[in-house]
Design a protein around this ligand. Sequence first.
Ligand code: MN
Length: 238
Amino acid sequence: MRILIVNDDGIYSPGILALAQVASEFGRVTIVAPDVERSSSGHAVTHGRPLSYRRTPIAGFEAFRVDGTPADCVAVGFSISERADVVLSGINLGLNLGNSMWHSGTLAGAKQAALMGSRGIALSTPSTQTEPDFATLQPHVADALRLLLPDARLPLVNVNFPAQPRGMAWTKQSVRHYDGRVVPIKDPMGRQLYWFTVVPMEAAEEGTDRWAIERGLTSFTPLRLDLTDLEALERAKT
Ligand code: MN
């Protein structure tokens, strides 16, 4: 199995190496990742300027750093070598649950794989004051790949690991509104700056990705590329 690994935290993130180490038990791994962090870049692609990439072997893995977005990295990866059978995106330093899926560059890497006719799996874990304990997490990542890789009926899956997984759950996306306040602060020179903030406004619904993580379960959410609201479509037509 040919496995392309991308991320949005940048090629030097510890999460990408932790994922490559596990993935290499399942197939031949190539890493193609942004040269700098591109978190929350969403599904942007670069087409107003050319892209460049450089070979950057990492811990024995064939790897390339790209001056582009996670979605660009999938396209570059598919053109550097044969099209991968699956693209793994992560392991992101930070969860990608519910509304985050709209902003996530990690998820965009997996979506781009599905858009180009391959399969995509996004993998994320919380990152707070300390970095995730990837040695603890790696056996759980291996379990996830053992579950997902053989099942070709799953073209796109979003996986979120709690810090200490104690089970797993198939979930749906939690669509929870957030306040999205833009908070003013001052820089050291007294000039005005602003931070976009995300404070959830509602509790997590049962059976959703956020609900699973709150219970210490690894969340597996199967996704699709079709955003159509089928119920609204039917209502609109009657
Ligand atoms: Mn990130």
